[in-house]
Design a protein around this ligand. Structure first.
Ligand SMILES: [Zn+2]
Length: 421
């Protein structure tokens, strides 16, 4: 795995991660995101419906919490999750927790971490964790980590302990990793912890960078944990300690505004659970990111997204409920869409927007049809990936400020009913 940067614009790193996968045949552009799955499947979508989407990320995220309860089956199967789940040719990245759900705190010990599957809590020692990796056979995985320090008011002592434990877990994982033949050619991502304590964050990053890891996961900085400003500050400090040529994956951050701020702080990769959360609340992503439209079209587009903002709210409250609607989406259950015969987003090339209207989705949602989730997931996923493509395009053409304006002011302007053209 190798990160080749083509340019750094306002702190944003534009480049491509090459040599991914065991044969090194895959690549992923950064800034970018991973394909979100549960147990190897994108929620609501079959492999066929998923592949109606263009430009899917080449890396699929799996989470151990959904896989741990199937350890015996996978061990017996012997050929790894890729084949077991019938996945297309993709790079597999295995992380510990599902970013779309939070797990109950208070179950971490010096020797174990816990994950929650559908059957309840599963306690993992390093040995069990590594046995799982051997059964799952990912191409890269997140090292075992004590990430329980994100709550506000975590004591400094507890934060220090989490950094120490996470480093100890990493050393143990690496030791077992090198002894396991099945994991040769597989990359390990080291986890940077440290809660909201700057010195501990820096220490965690510095120490992790000394280990032979392929890249870094920045943990405990997710949306519910802290406000954007503090997160950016911590990331900036952490990144100074990390080598330039290894990727940095930020866990638990998915909102477009937060993504932009974190990319500017030097983050390369994100998990794409956000479009899934939007889908689950019956909403569709409509925020604008197209910076090539002519001014007249932009006004029309903004007028259309006027309805987009049901509840523009303060976005910096760290305790904000992640199930709450954001200004980047519209709620299709709302009665105003009952006779709205326009697509979710004009010009979107996804299956849903090409074939159906808002009114139809409204109908599917109010009658509780499963097809609503399928169509919304298709559109939201397509919209989200297109946003990342637009972000890379904006960086390459030195139009980042223009894009930021579109994304951040789009919804707000829509609300007041004014265009920016
Ligand atoms: Zn669409």
């Amino acid at each position: 795995m190798k990160l080749e940067l083509s340019m750094v614009v306002q702190g944003c790193r534009l480049g491509v991660l090459t040599g991914l996968g065991r044969a090194g045949q895959h690549s992923l552009e950064v800034p970018g995101c991973l394909l979100y799955t549960r147990c190897g499947t994108v929620p609501h979508l079959t492999q066929d419906t998923l592949h109606t989407l263009n430009n899917l990320p080449s890396v699929t995220q799996l989470t151990l919490n959904t896989l741990a309860e199937h350890q015996e089956v996978l061990e017996e199967f012997k050929e790894g999750v890729r084949k077991f789940a019938g996945l297309h040719d993709t790079v597999l990245y295995c992380s510990l927790h599902d970013p779309a759900t939070s797990c109950p705190p208070g179950h971490i010990t010096n020797k174990t971490v816990s994950v929650w599957g559908s059957g309840g809590r599963i306690e993992l020692t390093v040995a069990k964790f590594m046995a799982l990796q051997k059964a799952v056979q990912p191409d890269l995985y997140q090292s075992m980590a004590d990430g329980e320090t994100w709550q506000i008011n975590t004591s400094r002592k507890r934060v220090r302990k989490s950094v120490d434990r996470t480093l100890a877990h990493l050393d143990e994982c690496l030791l077992l990793h090198h002894k396991t033949q099945e994991l040769s050619g597989v990359e390990v991502l080291g986890v940077v912890e440290g809660g909201d304590v700057l010195e501990e964050r820096v220490r965690s990053a510095r120490e992790t960078a000394k280990r032979p890891v392929g890249g870094f996961c920045l943990d405990g900085l997710h949306t519910a944990a802290m406000e954007t400003h503090l997160r950016t500050q911590l990331i900036t400090a952490v990144i100074k300690e990390l080598p330039e040529d290894k990727p940095r994956l930020l866990q638990g951050v998915g909102r477009p505004d937060e993504v932009l701020a974190c990319v500017e702080a030097g983050v390369d990769l994100f998990e794409s659970f956000f479009p899934f959360q939007v889908t689950e609340r019956g909403c569709a992503l409509t925020f604008p990111f197209n910076i090539t439209t002519d001014p007249e079209a932009a006004v029309v587009e903004l007028d259309k997204s006027e309805a987009a903002v049901g509840q523009k709210n303060g976005t910096d409250n760290p305790q904000e409920d992640q199930t709450k609607m954001t200004p980047f989406e519209i709620n299709l259950k709302d009665n105003r869409y009952r006779e709205d015969f326009s697509p979710l987003v004009e010009g979107c090339g996804c299956y849903c927007c090409r074939n159906h209207q808002r009114a139809y989705l409204h109908h599917l949602l109010v009658t509780n049809e499963l097809l609503a989730g399928v169509l919304l997931m298709l559109h939201n996923t397509a919209h989200y990936y297109a946003f990342f493509t637009a972000l890379r395009g904006a960086l390459a053409s030195d139009k980042l400020d223009h894009l930021k304006k579109r994304v951040l002011e789009g919804p707000g302007k829509g609300m007041s009913g004014e265009g920016d053209g």
